[in-house]
Write a protein that binds this ligand. Structure first.
Ligand SMILES: [Zn+2]
Length: 202
């Protein structure tokens, strides 16, 4: 039986097509943008960092040699919120991950210190009591995991001769404010990390 052609009732209005296309393009990008940071926060950052096998930032130190001093009390009722990694003066300090040197600072507490942002844009590493910086270290400079960035010292409020690296890890509260963050325990992250620099990359 012959079926008469039924006219299409719902033609796409050209403007509707444009709007639909725009939505298709913009919506996933916007969703992904919020998704990335939100889901990164939702996941346990300690687990995420542990899975990345960050480098123990003092040359020659193994995971077994690390001590959990994260909760040790400090003067003025402050918590340590970091770990101290002891090594002889001048021992190379290496970048724990790929990233960018965000700030070089010399202060009463941390002495000669360095802030590094991780390439994930939300994790900040802090290295303090340095004897000196490595040659070429500068704010804004990119570093690769394992690059020497300084040397173990006793500057700042470290006891004279108590050579160690004070190392902390913070997750930024907001990606655009690098100086504000929440510390997590580096011991939990590093204690299972490979003790030697992995040759040949990640
Ligand atoms: Zn310390």
């Amino acid at each position: 039986m012959y079926q008469p052609h039924t006219p299409r009732r719902h033609r796409w209005h050209p403007l509707a097509v444009v709007v639909a296309l725009l939505l298709a393009l913009v919506a996933p990008a916007a969703a992904q943008g919020t998704h990335t940071f939100a889901s990164a926060i939702a996941a346990d950052p300690t687990d995420e960092l542990r899975a990345r096998h960050l480098l123990i930032p003092v040359e020659g130190i193994t995971a077994a040699q690390l001590r959990d001093t994260y909760s040790s009390a400090r003067s003025g009722g402050r918590a340590h919120d970091a770990i101290d990694i002891h090594a002889p003066r001048g021992t190379p300090v290496r970048a724990t991950a790929d990233g960018t040197i965000r700030k070089l600072h010399s202060g009463e507490r941390g002495g000669l210190s360095l802030y590094q942002m991780d390439d994930d844009g939300r994790t900040r590493f802090y290295y303090a009591h340095l004897d000196q910086y490595a040659e070429g270290v500068a704010e804004g400079r990119r570093v690769r995991r394992g690059d020497v960035i300084g040397y173990v010292g006793d500057t700042g409020n470290a006891q004279p001769g108590d050579y160690h690296l004070h190392f902390s890890i913070a997750i930024l509260d907001h990606p655009s404010r690098w100086w504000e963050g929440t510390n997590l325990n580096p011991y939990d992250v590093l204690a299972r990390a490979p003790s030697r620099l992995a040759h040949g990359g990640q």
